[in-house]
Ligand binder design. Structure first.
Ligand code: FAD
Length: 395
């Protein structure tokens, strides 16, 4: 039986290990991760975990005993520094070599940082890991003023938690609306009103000129118009970049993500990849995508395990996602990019509605606000010609 090495002990890496065992793989499985923790869920990091409603152990994807009972050799605190494809081994940063027959890359993403003057001051943080949240939480305990750069999901979720803690929160966004990359103007307007009603100072269409500090620590954000937003803590929440450098250095095909086929295989037949670090062709939407979601991490990991076990698979998922801010749950089914028409059903003023995105009369995506039933039905209805009775009224 093949020995399998998985690099990256996150959502996708843990799922590959579990699915390989469930599928009957009897050879060795080594799951190597650079973080100190066993695989854990990231979505609560900017929600319940930041709010202090769960501890780190509450985030673990599987109990510690799982790795022992399933004979998964979990190496935490171990960074893979290189892949030696000819020698069929990965090289750890300690120099140790770990041989493989099949290798899986599940290295995820890292938070992007924008190179503005002052970006190296203390108190400018990003959010991707438990360690990041520990730093943000201790900074929040000492600081009254938080500035968030970037009104994407993570920035807005952190703003919501910080407001609930009573902090003064300013969100600075270069675009003219929040979540612009992913949702329609109706949803953006809803979230802008929501955050403003909760006391967030939301600055749209606002450029940065730099970060200001005193004695090495940040004191504020200087905006392009010359004004200053005072802040003792700045969260840079400006998106993520795939961890594809290992793959690229080993000569695998990458393009803002490790390129994989419908079976999760890279340009080297003995190397697979899954999760946030991959880019692949999604037949359902007829384009190449890199998805950053739990759905993709889990489903693509299962596909990789099946491929390694010798099954024919062609990955064509329906992407879905969610975000929790205050009392509002957003659930997204499908990808809305490329829509030519939107239909709003329900009442934004009552915090319960959905937006159907159509392209040439077909339903391509649905954003549901506090309407879980509509979301579940939308997952089945995507691809159908739109009719008024396709989904129930926001429910
Ligand atoms: P990860 O879970 O990031 O795991 C990758 C692991 O690989 C990391 O532990 C990393 O340290 C490790 N690694 C990288 N390089 C190496 C190396 N060279 N050697 C060893 N280890 C390495 N998704 C949703 O669907 N809904 C949400 O509400 C949501 N909220 C989120 C909130 C936050 C704050 C964040 C950060 C993400 C959120 N996501 C959400 C996204 C979701 O968490 C990711 O899509 C998912 O974790 C991807 O899984 P992954 O296994 O590909 O990567």
């Amino acid at each position: 039986q093949d020995s399998i090495v998985i690099v990256g002990a996150g959502q996708a890496g843990a799922q590959v290990a579990q699915s390989l065992r469930q599928g009957g793989h009897a050879g060795s499985i080594r799951l190597i991760g650079e973080e100190a923790h066993p695989p854990y869920q990231r979505p609560p990091l900017s929600k319940k975990f930041l709010a202090g409603e769960t501890d780190a152990e509450g985030l673990w994807l599987r109990p510690a005993a799982f790795y022992e009972t399933q004979s998964v050799d979990l190496l935490t605190g171990s960074e893979v520094a290189a892949i030696d494809r000819d020698g069929h081994a990965v090289v750890l940063s300690t120099g140790e070599r770990v041989p493989y027959d099949k290798l899986v890359l599940a290295t995820g993403t890292r938070a992007r940082r924008i190179p503005v003057p002052g970006a190296d001051l203390a108190g400018i943080l990003t959010l991707r890991s438990i360690a990041d949240v520990d730093r943000i939480r201790s900074a929040l305990a000492a600081q009254e003023r938080l500035a968030v750069i970037g009104a994407g999901y993570i920035g807005l979720e952190v703003a919501a938690v910080a407001r609930a803690m009573g902090k003064t929160v300013t969100v600075i966004e270069a675009q003219d609306r929040v979540l612009k990359r992913v949702v329609s103007p109706v949803i953006s307007a809803f979230y802008e009103a929501l955050h403003r009603s909760k006391g967030v100072d939301l600055r749209l269409d606002t450029g940065l000129s730099g970060l200001e500090g005193a004695e090495g620590a940040v004191t504020g954000v200087r905006l392009a118009d010359g004004s200053l937003v005072p802040a003792g803590l700045v969260l840079m929440a400006v998106g993520a970049e795939p961890n594809d450098a290992l793959a690229e250095a080993a000569g695998l095909e990458t393009d803002n993500g490790i390129l994989v086929d419908g079976g999760g295989q890279t340009s080297d037949p003995d190397i697979y990849a899954a999760g946030d670090c991959t880019r692949f062709f999604l037949p359902r939407y007829d384009r190449s995508v890199r998805l950053e979601s739990v759905q993709n991490a889990i489903d693509q990991a299962k596909v990789v395990a099946q491929s390694i076990l010798g099954q024919e698979v062609d990955y064509d998922p329906l992407p879905w996602f969610w975000s929790d801010q205050y009392h509002v749950k957003l659930q997204i089914a499908g990808l809305s990019e490329g829509y030519d028409e939107v239909v709003t059903v329900g009442e934004p003023a009552e915090d319960k509605f959905y937006v159907a995105y159509l392209q040439k009369g077909r339903l391509i995506a649905v954003d549901s606000i506090n309407s879980p039933r509509s979301h579940m039905m939308a997952r089945k209805a995507i691809g159908e010609p739109w009719r008024a009775d396709l989904l129930p009224a926001a429910a």
